[in-house]
Design a protein. Structure first.
Length: 259
């Protein structure tokens, strides 16, 4: 029955090669070696030991394959999470910029506390007027006038007049006039002139911008038109096709060169 002893030793060597650093027991040397030549061998016991070694090899291979699959799945998920985090940081930065812009005093009539909401599934054809604020999530084909804040996340095909204006992922074709701050958020498209006392542009505007106070043209902005303001801040990445004039600045430019 020495055949099983030799087979076990050969199989153990094979396991060492397949499992780096494996802890397969080596045969005892010297006087501690068990002489199986003169003993009866339990065939079932020896086969059971071989099955156990084979199971170790199988489990090791399964664990390696499982780890590889886990890494390949985790990597894209990690990249997606990082991109989402960067996007949120950028959106927060734009909103902080909008909130920190100096708001010029307004001479608009006192607005009421009511707030009319044009829901996303609603479409109105005709002019709309309110003594309070209006939130446009749907579509208005007509002029909009309100004494309060006009918030647009939908579509307006017409001119608008309000005490304060905010567009977020909106589509507007018409003049925008406000007695306060005009904020054009990321994803918004305005085709028409903008008149305000201060403005933050983070979307796309095709038209002239006439602002009595400061203007901030943010990184994501695209402006096709002239900008006239008291001061202008153009962040890196913004695109402007037109002239910038600080016509409302308190500095007498002509006197500077006549000294």
């Amino acid at each position: 029955m020495g055949f099983f002893k030799d087979f076990k030793e050969d199989f153990a060597d094979a396991v060492d090669e397949m499992i780096p650093g494996g802890n397969v027991e080596e045969p005892m040397e010297g006087s501690d070696m068990v002489n199986t030549l003169d003993q009866d061998v339990d065939v079932d016991s020896e086969l059971s030991k071989l099955d156990g070694l084979l199971q170790q090899v199988t489990d090791k291979i399964d664990r390696d394959d499982s780890n590889k699959a886990t890494v390949s799945e985790v990597k894209p998920a990690t990249i997606a999470y990082e991109e989402k985090a960067v996007k949120k940081v950028e959106e927060k930065r734009v909103m902080d910029t909008m909130n920190n812009v100096e708001t010029m005093p307004s001479n608009a009539p006192q607005a009421s506390d009511e707030n009319a909401v044009i829901t996303s599934g609603m479409s109105i054809t005709g002019d709309l007027e309110s003594t309070g604020s209006i939130s446009v999530e749907g579509t208005i084909n007509g002029n909009v006038t309100c004494y309060g804040k006009l918030t647009v996340t939908g579509t307006i095909n017409g001119n608008s007049s309000s005490a304060e204006f905010f567009a977020d992922s909106a589509k507007i074709e018409g003049e925008v006039s406000t007695n306060g701050t005009a904020k054009i958020g990321v994803g918004s498209v305005v085709i028409g002139n903008i008149t305000a006392t201060s403005a933050v542009i983070a979307g796309a505007v095709k038209g002239d911008i006439d602002v009595q106070g400061p203007v901030v043209v943010d990184t994501s902005a695209v402006v096709m038109g002239n900008i006239k303001s008291r001061s202008v801040q153009i962040n890196n990445g913004a695109v402007i096709e037109g002239f910038c004039s600080q016509a409302y600045a308190e500095v007498d430019v002509a006197s500077v060169f006549n000294k």
